[in-house]
Design a binder for this molecule. Structure first.
Ligand code: TPP
Ligand code: MG
Length: 360
C-alpha cells in the first residue's frame, strides 16, 4: 500500500504593493490612515537613527554597528503588532523594534558605545537583551514563552532570527519545543537574502524558510517584508494564533541594503545591480506614495518630521556621550539578583582597584 500521509503548503501575503496599491480583502480594519502615517514616521525614524549610527561609527564614536536600512518595514510592522504583555527577543539588528517599543534612544546609543548600562534591558521593558551569537536567542524565546504560558496573562513572545540563523540547531530546537509544548511563540525570520557573504541560495535547499515549521508540526507563512502593513497583519494574526497554543513561523522577505556590519564590505561579494533592483521595493517609498495620493503627506510635513527626529536623535547622542560609567555595572546586569560568588568578585575587584587604570 502507498498513500500520502502528510501534505502542506506555504501562503505568501502582501497587503500594499510597491506602488502603494492596497489589497482590500487582506487590509486590517483597525489600520486607519492615521495609523499608516504613524507607521511611516516610525520607519523614517528608524532610518534616521540608522544613518546617524553609521556616521557615528565612522567617526569612532560608537563601536561595530549592524545597519538595518531596507528592513524598516518588517521591524516597524512587527513591533506595532505586539501587545502590551508581549515580549520580543532580538538578535543584533532590531534597533527599529527597540525604538518603536519605546526604548530610550540614549540607552540604545549607549549600548552601541559598548556600555553595560546601554546593553541592559530597562526594568519593565518587555524584551531580552541583544544576542550576537547567531540563533542562541531562540531557545530563550521559547523558554520565555513557556513561562508566559504559566502566567496566563495572555502574553506572547516574538523571537527574531536571520535567514542564516535558520541553519542553526538552536532554531530547530526552539521550533520543536514550541510545537511540542504549544507555547505562545512566533519566530520571525528576517530573510534579508544574505548572512554576511553567504547568499540565501546557498544557505539551504529548502524553497522557503517558512516550510521549516512543518517538521515541528507548526504553521509557517511568508510575507512581503517591505510591506509594513502586510507584516503588521501577518505578525498580529500569528501572535493571536500563538496565544491560542498554536506557535507560528513567519518568514519576512526583505533585503539587507547595506553592509552586514561596519566591519564588512559587501561590494566584495554582491553586485550593485542586485542592490539597485531592491531600491524599487523600498518599504518607505510605497507608503509615501500611498499617503501622497490621499493628500496625507507632503514635502513640508516630511521636512518637519525629519527636523524633529534629527533633534531627538542628536539630543539622545549628547546624553549618551556625556554618560559617566560606573564600572561596577559589569556585575549588575547579569542576574536579577546578585549571586554570592559574583558579589565576592565585585568586592575583590573593588579592593584591588581593578578598573582604576589612572593615577591612584
Ligand atoms: C554562533 C555564531 N556563529 C557565527 C557568528 C558570526 N556571525 C555573526 S552574524 C552572522 C550572519 C547572520 O546572518 P543572518 O542570520 O542571515 O542575519 P543578518 O545578519 O542577515 O541579519 C554570522 C555568521 C556568530 N555571531 N555566532
Ligand atoms: Mg540574513
Amino acid at each position: 500500500m502507498q498513500k500520502k500521509v502528510f501534505d502542506d503548503s506555504i501562503e505568501y501575503f502582501q497587503v500594499m504593493d510597491e506602488n502603494g496599491a492596497i489589497d482590500q480583502a487582506l487590509f486590517p480594519k483597525e489600520v486607519t490612515d492615521q495609523k499608516i502615517v504613524e507607521m511611516y514616521k516610525w520607519m523614517a525614524f528608524a532610518r534616521a537613527l540608522d544613518a546617524k549610527a553609521l556616521s557615528l561609527q565612522r567617526q569612532g564614536r560608537i563601536a561595530t554597528y549592524a545597519p538595518l536600512v531596507g528592513q524598516e518595514g518588517e521591524q516597524v510592522g512587527s513591533a506595532l503588532a505586539l501587545g502590551q504583555n508581549d515580549y520580543f527577543v532580538p538578535n543584533f539588528r532590531q534597533h527599529g523594534v527597540f525604538l518603536v517599543r519605546g526604548a530610550p534612544i540614549d540607552k540604545i546609543v549607549l549600548g552601541w558605545r559598548g556600555y553595560e548600562d546601554g546593553g541592559a534591558v530597562p526594568k519593565g521593558f518587555n524584551a531580552l537583551a541583544v544576542a550576537v551569537p547567531v540563533a542562541t536567542q531562540l531557545p530563550h524565546a521559547a523558554g520565555l514563552a513557556f513561562a508566559l504560558m504559566q502566567r496566563k496573562n495572555g502574553g506572547a513572545v516574538l523571537g527574531y532570527v536571520g535567514d542564516g540563523g535558520t541553519s542553526e540547531g538552536d532554531f530547530y530546537e526552539s521550533l520543536n519545543f514550541a510545537g511540542a509544548k504549544k507555547v505562545p511563540l512566533v519566530i520571525l525570520i528576517e530573510d534579508n537574502e544574505w548572512a554576511i557573504s553567504v547568499p540565501r541560495s546557498e544557505q539551504t535547499a529548502a524553497q522557503t524558510l517558512a516550510q521549516k515549521a512543518m517538521a515541528a508540526g507548526i504553521k509557517g507563512v511568508q510575507v512581503d517584508g517591505n510591506d509594513v502593513i502586510g507584516v503588521y497583519k501577518v505578525v498580529k494574526d500569528a501572535l493571536d494564533e500563538a496565544r491560542k497554543g498554536n506557535p507560528m513561523l513567519v518568514e519576512v522577505l526583505t533585503y539587507r541594503m547595506s553592509m552586514h556590519t561596519t566591519a564588512d564590505d559587501p561590494t566584495k561579494y554582491r553586485s550593485d545591480a542586485e542592490v539597485e533592483a531592491w531600491k524599487n521595493k523600498d518599504p518607505l517609498l510605497r507608503v509615501r506614495k500611498y499617503l501622497q495620493s490621499k493628500n496625507l503627506w507632503d514635502d513640508t510635513k516630511e521636512q518637519q518630521m525629519q527636523d524633529d527626529q534629527r533633534k531627538k536623535i542628536d539630543d539622545a547622542v549628547a546624553v549618551a556621550e556625556s554618560f559617566k560609567e560606573d564600572p561596577t555595572s559589569m556585575f549588575q546586569n547579569i542576574y536579577s539578583f546578585m549571586p554570592e560568588v559574583l558579589n565576592d568578585e565585585l568586592e575583590e575587584a573593588k579592593e584591588a582597584g581593578f578598573w582604576q587604570t589612572g593615577a591612584q
